[in-house]
Design a binder for this molecule. Structure first.
Ligand code: M6R
Length: 614
């Protein structure tokens, strides 16, 4: 996690760094710092938000300069405090570095440097790296670029770094392995960022560094890109970014999360664009068309992912097994990578990730690739590491998701997964034609249907007020709605800090029912199709024990209305589409509870948007 920014050029750097860090705060927000070079490097760091860092710049002279680097931190080594925050400076004060990642062998390097007389002030691995670079530069008598190169050959771990040497103030050096780093190309100026958002308003020309690549930007010589393992110069691949700045701003909403919830009709349109043309035209997903044989011959499909994306994977299991009749397994990437899974020829591994940077998912992909699996990635962030590491795949096109709690990305993932399953099921002949057309017709209207669901916001908000003091919540669902119960519980706990558990409704009587009393709110997803009557029985069991029931039901339901304390209606729809709709009131419920409790909805404690450490 952590966010990195940097700039070298002809513009005053202070605003570029501060505004860039604010855009990257979703990556980590426990402390931040910047270095501005103006005749000499000036480093300022603060515990807390970027707004706390800004308060340190009372003197306008401190803001002067045309070169700088900055960092917003999600602590790995050492607590969030001023000393541990970045940038870190070498013992001589000449070299400054910002780092995102983990240097695993920092302790042994630290011991060697300590014996050589280096002194360390922080608990971080990053301070070790900057001093290693300094040591190499001095002992080998090389320039910064070479020193960084030799240092990276020694370190084990993951990194995106941007480094500056005040002895050569016309140059910035950077590198990546495992953590993202992008370079924005302006007119005789260069921007650096963990993603492109810090420089999106200035330039759309961008280079995403690949693993094992490093750059040297020199104001006289321009940009040089090198492959570290082969130590060779490579040609940069310049991308023309399509994102625009409005996407990464709040647009009148109080929080990104709320904006992103309300963006969902539009996001789904983008997900379906060019793929679902109209109900009487075939679904067109080019990577599925190209790799149809792999799916046709697949013995098994394994979904790997983390967090919310894991919930999408779980729903995909229901969709794919139902519509394709191919066995599916769903794995936490973090477990999959560390056991010795059986992967056979003909297995398809599908990683799902919003950010495309999740360390465990990325590592699991590499492992599955080595074992010979065919990797089909589903990512939101275009050009992300996971998108590049997989053999092929598909983008969700949900747009930038800034709120740490995943909302629109999840809806786009599950809508796309349903579309994929329908496409493959129809081509494989495992799906009845009439059923296919019935679902497609409803799917075409999904953006409009979601707009209807969003109208329930005032009802959900008024329900939320009654549960601000709840200490626990249960979420129950069956069949297609079971993954939604898990997702609803995750959403509530991550932003409101209320303990919440999701369960398959029938599992309740195998343990969780013991928890139910008048203080236990239970959210039940009880849409009309599927196991409706069984869920009604579960609701009665909760009622009999005094639990408070918030039920998400299909419009026109009269049975549950009599039992539940609150009902939230969604349009009556096909049971495969119901989970996509039922999830939305649960997003709103979490949002309103967290917001009314005064929690930081977009940046909940201890979390970061992109989990680039294992
Ligand atoms: O970017 P990814 O989809 O790979 O991220 C996986 C999880 O870290 C993520 O879904 C996390 O659980 C969200 N904060 C949940 O809202």
């Amino acid at each position: 996690m952590c966010g990195i920014v940097g700039y070298i050029g002809n513009k005053p750097v202070y605003d570029i760094l501060i505004n860039g860090l604010k855009k990257l705060e979703y990556r980590g927000y426990d402390s931040s710092g910047i270095m501005i070079y103006n005749q000499k490097p000036l480093v300022k760091k603060a515990k807390g938000k970027v707004s706390d860092l800004e308060k340190l710049f009372v003197n306008s002279a401190d803001k002067q300069g045309y070169l700088g680097i900055g960092h917003t931190r999600w602590a790995t080594h050492g607590p969030p405090n001023q000393i541990n925050s970045h940038p870190h400076t070498s013992n001589s004060g000449e070299i400054t570095l910002v780092h995102n990642g983990i240097i695993e062998n920092y302790d042994s390097i630290k011991k060697i440097l300590t014996q050589k007389g280096y002194v360390f002030h922080s608990d971080t691995d990053s301070e070790v790296l900057v001093n290693l670079i300094e040591d190499i530069k001095k002992t080998k008598n090389v320039k910064l670029g070479k020193a960084v190169y030799f240092a990276l050959k020694q370190v084990i771990g993951a990194y995106a770094i941007v480094v500056f040497d005040s002895k050569n103030p016309k140059e910035i050096v950077g590198a990546r392995l495992g953590s993202p780093l992008a370079i924005g190309l302006g007119d005789s100026e260069y921007y650096f960022g963990s993603d492109a958002t810090p420089f999106l308003e200035f330039t759309k020309r961008c280079i995403y560094l690949n693993d094992n690549e490093m750059f040297i930007v020199n104001m006289k010589k321009g940009l040089t890109l090198r492959e570290i393992k082969r130590d060779s110069i490579i040609d940069p691949y310049i991308e023309e970014l399509k994102q625009n700045i409005e996407e990464v701003e709040k647009g009148g909403y109080d929080h990104f999360m709320l904006k992103e919830i309300f963006e969902q009709p539009h996001s789904i349109i983008d997900t379906f664009r060019g793929r679902l043309l109209s109900y009487n035209q075939p679904i067109s997903i080019s990577s599925l068309k190209k790799h149809f044989e792999e799916f046709k011959n697949a013995k098994r499909i394994i979904f790997i992912s983390c967090g919310t994306s894991w919930h999408s994977s779980l729903l995909a299991e229901y969709y794919f097994e139902e519509l394709l009749r191919i066995p599916v397994e769903v794995e936490y990437a973090s477990e999959f990578r560390y056991r010795n899974p059986v992967i056979n020829k003909g297995d398809i591994v599908i990683p799902i990730s919003q950010s495309g940077e999740t360390a465990d998912t990325l590592a699991a992909i590499k492992m599955a690739k080595e074992k010979g699996a065919f990797l089909y990635g589903i990512c939101n962030v275009v050009g992300s590491s996971i998108a590049r590491e997989t053999h092929t795949g598909v983008y969700t096109h949900a747009g930038s998701e800034i709120g740490v709690a995943s909302t629109k990305a999840f809806s786009c993932q599950i809508s796309l997964l349903l579309l994929m399953a329908l496409n493959l099921g129809q081509k494989l002949g495992t799906l009845d034609q009439k059923r296919y057309y019935r679902i497609i017709q409803e799917l075409e209207k999904l953006p409009e249907t979601i707009k209807t669901v969003l109208k329930s916001d005032p009802i959900v908000e008024s329900i939320s007020e009654k549960y601000l003091d709840a200490e626990n919540f249960l979420y129950l669902g069956r069949g297609y709605n079971f993954p939604i119960a898990l997702e609803g519980a995750l959403k509530l706990k991550e932003i409101s800090y209320i303990h919440a558990e999701g369960y398959p409704a029938a599992e309740m009587k195998h343990g969780p029912i013991a928890l139910i009393d008048e203080n236990m709110p239970v959210v039940v997803i009880a849409t009309r199709k599927g196991n409706y009557h069984k869920v009604v029985s579960n609701i009665m069991e909760i009622k009999a024990r005094g639990g408070q029931i918030i039920a998400v039901v299909s419009k026109g339901d009269v049975e549950i209305e009599k039992l539940a304390d609150h009902i939230i209606e969604i349009p009556d729809c096909n049971e495969l589409i119901a989970p996509i709709l039922a999830n939305i009131p649960l997003q709103l419920l979490s949002y309103h509870i967290a917001n009314k409790k005064g929690c930081n909805v977009d940046q909940p404690r201890n979390l970061a948007k992109s989990v680039t450490v294992e």
